[in-house]
Ligand binder design. Structure first.
Ligand SMILES: [Zn+2]
Ligand SMILES: [Zn+2]
Length: 571
């Protein structure tokens, strides 16, 4: 019920944001809060004690409730209905009329309901239009309306940022694993596309029934549409919980499907059928002709080294793969620590002890605790001398905001200044004044790199995917910052937070092409909770998409090297 409620609001916010450009920022903010709320609900539903959940107010913490209330007040469903009908009539069909929509007999509360608008609605709308002097045939009105409705519905489904589909994707994967289903992944998520277009699982069990599987999942799970291609055993679901289609392929002979979806799967859901009718079939028959039985023999046949999934869409990758075996690219196993982690000393959710335990489990040698400076001041005395916990080396840092002049809080506050002297390093981030000119942004970042303890420039462009644009700074200027950081022995962060993924991998590629050298990289999660420490895996994938090598990544260095050859320069 609650999920349903959230879903309908999501549709509604989407539609409003589609029409009211001037309020985009505000709406995007709410939209983001909403997806946060949803993932929160999701998390609870996915947990083992899901039977005990009740949806009382206690379920939410105070902060969440107030955000939610704020969101609910934002618009009414009634207004949403009027908006969408007006838009279609005025902007698309060109009827410049004011209609009292309360008189019309229709009931839509979500975008998907547009498909189900009843005939009475069209009859009364048609009558109203005639009275106003507009003549349009009933059928044309009907047809136009559905065209537009379909456009809007498909606009909503079809693509999403990874952070928007991550909850759903992880949930399905966890359920499959939990039931011992033998599967491999392919398609958009496996490539880690910038925009995710599908979630594709290839199940290697002939008797697996995706419909039963989905029905057996104990959550409010509405299958919006299901396309089944029986002959090839491909099932495509659109659900109320995810923006992109969920694809199941059932085959013991999984390899050709894996390759097909990995290399070729750039589809929108609606033209997928067309593709499967011709291209997939000819691909499969070609594959069978060639008698290829392993992935290695597939690459052998092409005369190239095996190409990692996240690189298959790189231009010229087949040419590159003739020479490069990709063995020196950074791997998750190379990561020795995470140097940007928040605890409940500031806005993180977990305690230091919980974080240490989780990092140990990941096989790290060290962790850099990097809370926001003003919060950490109170706790510093208590903790800053703690060097090790449970055998994990702890580095103490703070994340400092770079003000418009490039100065930090600790430049102006005596107590913070004293604290910083005792710390191992500083993480430098822009958290305010996002609208400065390019010149000022360049100057502030350059100034920040002068700070003695500053080691890492975090989430440099400050973008939040789909929500906040990067700061005003051209690639040329960003490259100058990279150069300057290199010359000072400082590091540029790949922030693995799924809604940031900042810096973009394309920047790393472009810098290399232009300058023929590498950036000093560090891959951090900026985790605010234990689960977010898992984002490291995605940060590494992001780096690999830019061919980042292990050697160029700070946090692949062993504790001894990090301590004695790097930190020793930051007394
Ligand atoms: Zn930050
Ligand atoms: Zn942070």
């Amino acid at each position: 019920m609650l999920l349903k409620f959230l879903e309908s609001f999501e549709d509604y916010v989407f539609v409003v944001s589609f029409f009211e450009k001037n309020e985009l920022g505000k709406i995007k903010y709410y939209k983001r809060k909403l997806s946060f709320l949803k993932s929160f609900v999701w998390e609870r539903l996915g947990s083992d004690d899901k039977k005990e959940i009740n949806y009382s107010e206690k379920f939410w913490d105070k902060n969440l409730i107030s955000k939610f209330e704020e969101f609910k007040k934002f618009r009414t469903i009634k207004k949403f209905k009027s908006k969408i009908i007006s838009y279609i009539l005025n902007e698309i069909l060109g009827f410049k009329i004011d209609i009292d929509f309360e008189k019309l007999n229709f009931d839509i509360s979500t975008l998907s309901d547009l498909k189900n608008i009843n005939h009475e609605f069209f009859i009364s709308l048609h009558d109203l239009l005639r009275k106003e002097g507009y003549y349009i045939s009933y059928h044309l009105l009907f047809e136009k309306f559905y065209q537009i409705a379909n456009f809007l519905i498909n606009f909503k489904y079809g693509k999403g940022f990874f952070y928007e589909v991550y909850g759903f994707y992880s949930f399905i994967k966890k359920e499959l694993r939990g039931r011992g289903v033998n599967f491999v992944e392919s398609g958009s998520v496996l490539r880690f596309d910038r925009i995710i277009e599908n979630i594709c699982f290839i199940v290697r069990e002939p008797n697996f029934c995706p419909v039963k599987f989905l029905q057996s999942i104990e959550v409010s799970f509405e299958i919006d549409r299901m396309i089944s291609i029986e002959k090839e055993k491909i099932f495509i679901f659109k659900t109320n919980l995810c923006k992109v289609p969920l694809i199941f392929v059932i085959s013991e002979d999984y390899l050709p499907y894996y390759v097909y979806f990995l290399f070729n799967g750039r589809y929108f859901p609606d033209n997928f059928i067309k593709h499967t009718n011709d291209e997939l079939e000819s691909f499969l028959s070609k594959w069978r002709e060639l008698k290829i039985y392993s992935l290695d023999s597939f690459f052998d046949y092409l005369g190239v080294n095996p190409i990692p999934p996240e690189l298959v869409d790189y231009p010229n990758i087949f040419e590159i793969a003739k020479q490069d075996d990709f063995q020196d690219l950074v791997n998750f196993e190379d990561i020795k620590g995470d140097l940007h982690v928040h605890t409940n000393f500031s806005d993180g959710r977990n305690t230091l002890e919980e974080i240490v335990k989780y990092c140990k489990k990941k096989g790290y040698e060290y962790v850099g605790i990097s809370d926001h400076v003003d919060y950490f001041l109170e706790r510093a005395e208590e903790y800053a001398n703690l060097r090790e916990l449970d055998g994990l080396r702890i580095f103490w840092a703070v994340e400092e905001n770079i003000d418009p002049n490039g100065d930090l809080f600790s430049d102006k506050n005596q107590q913070a200044m004293e604290l910083v002297k005792k710390l191992d390093y500083l993480n430098l981030s822009i958290h305010s004044d996002f609208k400065l000119s390019e010149e000022l942004n360049f100057r502030r970042l350059k100034n920040a790199l002068e700070k003695q303890k500053g080691l890492i420039l975090c989430h440099l462009t400050t973008r939040v995917l789909g929500i906040r644009d990067p700061i005003n700074l051209s690639n040329e200027k960003i490259f100058e910052i990279f150069d300057y950081a290199n010359s000072k022995g400082k590091f540029i962060e790949i922030n693995s937070h799924l809604d940031r993924l900042d810096i973009d991998y394309q920047l790393i590629i472009d810098y290399r092409l232009l300058k023929n050298r590498e950036i000093n990289i560090v891959i951090n999660t900026d985790a605010h909770s234990l689960e977010q420490l898992d984002y490291m895996e995605w940060g590494v994938k992001w780096a690999r998409k830019a061919f980042v090598k292990k050697n160029n990544v700070l946090n692949t260095k062993s504790l001894a090297i990090f301590l004695y050859s790097i930190l020793s320069k930051y007394p």
